[in-house]
Design a protein around this ligand. Sequence first.
Ligand code: DSN
Length: 419
Amino acid sequence: MGNEHLAALEKGDPELASLVREEEQRQRDKIRLIPSENYVSHAVLEACGTVLQNKYSEGYPGKRYYEGQQVIDRIEELAVSRCKTLFGVEHANVQPYSGSPANLAVYLAFCKPGDTIMGMGLPAGGHLTHGWNVSITGKYFRSVAYGVRKDTGRVDLDEVRTLAKKEQPKILWCGGTAIPRTIDFAGFHSIAKEVGAILVADIAHIAGLIAGGAHPSPVGFADVVSTTTHKTLRGPRGGILMCKAQHASAIDKAVFPGLQGGPHNQTTAGIAVALKEASTGAFKKYAHAIVANAKALAAELTLRGYDLVSGGTDNHLILVDLTGKEVPGKKAAKALDQAGLVLNYNSVPFDPRKPFDPSGIRLGTPAVTSRGMGPAEMKQIAIWIDRGVQAARTDDGAALDRIFAEVRELTGKFPAPGL
Ligand code: DSN
């Protein structure tokens, strides 16, 4: 993007403009491997920076609490109809501010405080809002967590079934934030049916893979599907709830007036654009390329002696246990950031270390794939990660700086969308 795009900001608030430019440069120079991040298109960026910002529209199309909705209603209807078509769902609500509010709305729709709910534990790869104890969802509900098997690093549906039968949850969550393997939505559906639970699939991480046909869809299995819009789906920061028609009213009432006020119309517009982009053949190719890149990166890391949770990946995400490399996850993540490789430290299943200083790192390929990188670049990234982890172990800052210089050469050849 040319320099003129921040002209008004430069004039009105040069300090802030300079910070935005610095962040642009960071996003351009470094290799973004955080699996929940991506680069939105210029079109999405533009939609989010429009006068739609100026309008209040509490309510839903045709039933608002403010006048002047002639255009906003059409924008929200467009986003909803694109979402329904793309995911093949009966009902969609595009108003949640992001994933956590979307998930809270699900609780509000189906549960009362104190009810039993069940989700994947945070250290096993679940999300905070699936009932983890530090989240409101673990405080206001009686939360029961399932995990992964120690020997496989994967969910064992027999164990989930046994636990669900014993605990009789009102809601059963599947999906999470650090799951490198395909989620068996049909298997979760049969368990939820057996115990009479509402099955909620949180597809925040894999929504783009599902839209592009690179991961099975939960539609037809889950009662409710929750997602953010900014990860593999490559939209603005927002959330969507999708459900069967029978739950439409409960979900809508929970989002508004239950939990939120006016929707962020500029985000709704950005979501509509992203959903249009995600319905193209190019996006299908993109979704499959994300997975091919993740598999290539996982294979290269394995070759270099890295211990991957579950032994590899089926999707966009890789979880690495660094215990054998004798570097804690946080130290490695900070060193790799210095080397121009941005990922996050992460707990691994059965982690003996604390979440703020865990044993693992989590990385993924949505953003690098958006830049057009392929298997050859994944090999190079694995080589750099390996050199970076070794440099972290020996506190060799100069080696990290040398890697960053090489990284910059590569990123210079792969312009990022939206920048
Ligand atoms: N923070 C998101 C992630 O990085 O996976 C989940 O909410």
